[in-house]
Design a protein around this ligand. Structure first.
Ligand code: PBG
Length: 335
């Protein structure tokens, strides 16, 4: 058999795709349970499990429920969880003192998790927004401007209180200047040389955080405010590289790009440039989009979610914070 003009393609890209075995052999990237970090919202109380309306399938858990959830995550082989406390309005203040309360919610959750599941990595969020009456990630001056250096002092106290509670990784998500170096210095000088720092280096001022702010109740506090004076402009990419370089110089062990799917280009640039452990956060709005489409029958949830997570690996991610961590680990077990 020949074409009328005896033309044969020299290379047939479809040849390798023609059977499953050769597709498997040339597969470049793989998603495994080792890549997944599960974010968890925690609240005060006993036997509390409150659904988050804009994040179907995600709940706020009291400590007892958190421990049971952690147990199933450990059984699935998920390496780490990231804690996000939802504090009562009465515990919020202008200066976020509750952030470094040694018996605060995040600190108690950390202790409880580490004593029951010592091998599960616990990541705590270092930022003041759950604790401020105004919902900003730092302290504000009379004009409402988030002041940098005074905020860094509070972040250092918060990070130290997390380390003292046993956090394996502290994750500053506030975007203040100089906070990685300051936190590193406090951890070293206070006897926590092995507490890792996961720096949210490239965190964008994104509309994809909406459902998270509902979940932690900071949306109401923030009101019409925004975070443009510290989170990054979505238009920028070189600026992310500068942020990452600074955080690495200051002693970050891992860097984070956030949000995830709309910022895969940043992940790739960061990985190529620095070759350091690079994480991404598939944020609440990304979860909500995928979930809503799946619930409407517009997307196949399992396929779309696993594809989205694989895309992070292809972009150069080492690990992914995702609200799909548990279902993804379950799906991976079935394959
Ligand atoms: C702020 C913080 C944010 C998220 C986690 N911590 C963003 C913000 O409110 O500005 C968002 C995570 C998500 O959307 O899933 N420290």
């Amino acid at each position: 058999m020949s074409t009328p003009n005896d033309f044969f393609p020299t290379t047939r890209m479809r040849r390798m795709r023609s059977q499953n075995f050769s597709r498997r052999l040339m597969r470049e990237n793989r998603l495994t349970t080792d890549d997944l970090i599960c974010p968890l919202f925690v609240v005060e109380g006993q036997s509390v499990q409150q659904a988050v309306a804009s994040m179907p399938g995600v709940s706020r858990l009291s400590i007892d429920r958190l421990l049971r959830e952690a147990e199933s995550l450990v059984k699935l082989g998920i390496p780490a969880v990231a804690l996000f406390p939802v504090v009562d309005p009465g515990q919020k203040s202008l200066n976020a003192e509750e952030a470094y309360n040694p018996d605060g919610l995040a600190q108690r959750c950390t202790r409880a998790l580490k004593s029951e599941f010592p091998d599960l990595g616990v990541i705590t969020d270092v930022a003041l927004d759950p604790f401020t009456t105004h919902g900003q990630d730092g302290l504000i001056d009379a004009d409402g401007y988030v002041v940098n250096d005074a905020t860094v002092d509070v972040l250092c106290k918060q990070a130290l209180s997390h380390a003292e509670a046993g956090a394996d990784i502290v994750a500053p998500s506030d975007m203040m200047d100089g906070r990685i170096g300051a936190i590193r210095n406090v951890l070293e000088s206070q006897g926590h040389p092995n507490t890792r720092i996961l720096a949210y280096s490239a965190k964008y001022a994104s509309s994809f955080y909406g459902p998270f702010r509902d979940a932690v109740g900071s949306a109401g506090n923030l009101g019409g405010g925004n975070k443009y004076s510290y989170q990054m402009d979505p238009a920028n990419s070189d600026e992310a590289i500068r942020e990452i370089a600074l955080d690495l110089q200051e002693g970050a062990d891992m860097i984070m790009v956030k949000p995830g799917m709309p910022y895969l280009d940043i992940i790739r640039r960061a990985k190529d440039r620095f070759g350091v452990p690079t994480f991404a956060y598939q944020v609440s709005g990304e979860y909500a989009m995928l979930k809503a489409a799946a619930q409407n029958g517009w997307l196949d949830e399992r396929q779309a979610v696993l594809e989205s997570l694989l895309a992070f690996k292809r972009a150069g991610c080492d690990a992914i914070l995702t609200y799909f961590a548990k279902p993804a680990a379950q799906w991976l077990q079935q394959t």
